[in-house]
Design a protein around this ligand. Structure first.
Ligand code: SF4
Length: 319
């Protein structure tokens, strides 16, 4: 089954922006494209604002009224209600589609994910506000497990890797449940992501382990719903160099009987170089994958940490 990814329509090159332009992202349109099936949405077009159209903005109308989505030049033209209605209905529809992620367009009062400008009645930006686009706020509210990232932030190699990794992990979760959500399917999935969780959040690794140990106490759909959110929020933490080093040393331990002195020293040297920041993560991982081929281990072979997404995406080079 294809990986379904929601996307702001302008980010995949559709000319739907207020000025009839687009904001095509090379990474989204070219590099990620072969691996995913996009579900493009332009909420502003969908609620009947055509192209070209007057610009709109978020306006803080005070405590009683709250933040409204209005025409930039005439605040009496208020699009909030129809945008919220569309956003809720669309988020509901997308939640049923097993969407695995969403790329939104930055800064937009509709699609922006963070730091969207919120204006005051006097025309100044309320700088203390951290604004979120109305549509994206509904997506985040309805699907707290969903990886969402802004187009611009995907130029950062670390944020890009973390986002793509989460998208593939969520797809893997859905694939693992494709024959039905069962206790065994969840436990098997969790077992394959133990090293990932250790690298991304040792605290969540322990807490989720304790949660999974009590799986028999829960109704299965209810358990899965909570597990999905907790797992996805755990892996949203970036894997630190320190935690990755711990995982690499843990992996090293699996080969202690298989490697000779020189091989052990070579692997230890690469892990130490990674720890010091003079080698990328890929260097010790490539050697570990090589040793795994020579010395197969059923548990390790299934660990998503070793092969989280297609190598051709070249995402681990910069880590
Ligand atoms: S940012 Fe969102 S609302 Fe604006 S043009 Fe792009 S898809 Fe449409």
């Amino acid at each position: 089954m294809a990986i379904k990814l929601g996307v702001s329509a302008c980010v995949v090159g559709e000319k739907v922006r207020f000025d009839s332009g687009h904001k095509r992202s090379h990474f989204v349109s070219e590099e990620l494209n072969p691996f995913v099936e996009y579900v493009p949405v332009c909420p502003e077009m969908a609620v009947g604002l055509g192209v070209p159209r007057p610009t709109i903005r978020l306006l803080d109308r005070g405590e009683e009224i709250g933040i409204r989505l209005v025409d930039s030049k005439d605040a009496d033209i208020d699009h909030t209600d129809k945008m919220v209605e569309f956003s809720k209905a669309t988020a509901e529809r997308l939640a049923d589609m097993e969407l695995c992620g969403y790329v939104v367009c930055a800064k937009s009062p509709t699609c922006g994910m963070e730091r969207v400008k919120v204006y005051r009645e006097n025309g100044y930006v309320a700088s203390e506000k951290i604004g979120v686009g109305l549509y994206t706020a509904e997506l985040m509210n309805r699907m707290p497990w969903l990886p969402i990232e802004e187009d611009g932030r995907l130029n950062d190699p670390v944020l890009k890797e973390n986002f793509v990794f989460r998208v593939f992990a969520l797809h893997d979760m859905y694939q693992s449940m494709s024959d039905g959500i069962t206790r065994k399917a969840i436990i098997d999935f969790h077992s394959r992501y133990k090293l990932v969780l250790m690298a991304h959040s040792p605290t969540d690794y322990k807490e989720l382990g304790a949660f999974v140990a009590k799986i028999a106490d829960y109704e299965i759909d209810e358990f899965f719903a909570e597990y999905r959110t907790r797992f996805m929020q755990a892996i949203a933490h970036r894997a630190s160099r320190k935690n990755n080093t711990n995982v690499l040393m843990h992996l090293q331990g699996y080969f202690k009987r298989d490697l000779d002195k020189q091989q052990k020293a070579e692997l230890a040297g690469l892990i130490e170089s990674y720890r010091k920041g003079t080698m990328p993560l890929l260097a010790p991982l490539t050697l570990i994958n090589h040793h795994l081929q020579q010395n197969p281990d059923q548990y390790l072979e299934k660990q998503s940490y070793l092969n989280p997404y297609p190598e051709s995406l070249r995402l681990r080079y910069g880590l």
